[in-house]
Every structure is written in structure tokens, then in C-alpha cells.
Write a protein that binds this ligand. Sequence first.
Ligand code: FES
Ligand code: FES
Length: 155
Amino acid sequence: MAISLKVNGAVRSVAAEPDTPLLYVLRNDFELNGAKFGCGLSQCGACTVLVDGKAVRSCVTPIGALEKSEITTLEGLGTAEKPHALQRAFIDEQAAQCGYCINGMIMSAKELLDNRPRATEDEVRQSLAGNLCRCGTHNRIIRAVLRAAQANGRT
Ligand code: FES
Ligand code: FES
């Protein structure tokens, strides 16, 4: 069946069953590859996107529940020419090693900073606690999010 989804401001249609995980549609049908398949079990956070402003794990989110929702992926934040403040901060801090977890880190941090623009280090650590990084770049990731929060404080 055809299901319509609003992704990064554009309505797109996909022929898929309602119980299809959002991650599969984003990557396989819409060619939005920012969100990653890590565990497929809501355990790692690599697949995180925003649904109506909330960070959700797209690997376990069926598309049938999303027809009235606004979905934002990493591609919806910024471009290579004009990166979002969080993307800029991750580059400036060289926060990625393999980069596999970074989508989830940025999207989870986006939810936090949208609600707490000048989040503290404790708040950043708490909001990213469920996102796993097997490369161990956590400290650089935390610094990047704090850098973005500090930039918010200057604007
Ligand atoms: S791939 Fe979705 S939480 Fe790991
Ligand atoms: S940078 Fe490799 S998993 Fe985080």
C-alpha cells in the first residue's frame, strides 16, 4: 500500500506495509543514508531521527504511525556548504572516528539543544547516554555538543 511521509519538509510516498521500519524506507526508498543501521533493536541509537521534534529510533518505528508527523533526518539539518551549528561543531572538534554513531549523536543532541539551547555538560552526557560509540570518541562528541551550546549562548 502507499503511505505518505513528510520528511525534511517534503511529502513523499512509498509503497510499503505499515509495519515497515522507518529506517528501511529512509535508506532504501528515499536514499537518505544519514541514519545508520547499527543493531536494529533500539539498543545503539545509530538510526536516530526526529519525529515531531523528538529523537526516536527509526529501526523500530513503523511507518504506519507516522503519516501525520514531521520527520527530520540528518540531511534536513544542513548542507556541506551550510552546515547546522551542531554539524559545524562536530567537524571543528573532529568528533568522528569511523563516524557510524555520529548521526545518532547529532540528532539526539539536536533534540536536547532545541529544548535546552545552553545545555550543561551533565545534560549533554545524560541525553547521549543511550547512544553507543564503539570507537570511544565520547569526550570529543561531548565537547562538540558543548561547543554548539556555547555558540547558542553567543547568538
Ligand atoms: S539501529 Fe536503531 S537503535 Fe541501533
Ligand atoms: S565514531 Fe565510530 S562508532 Fe562512534
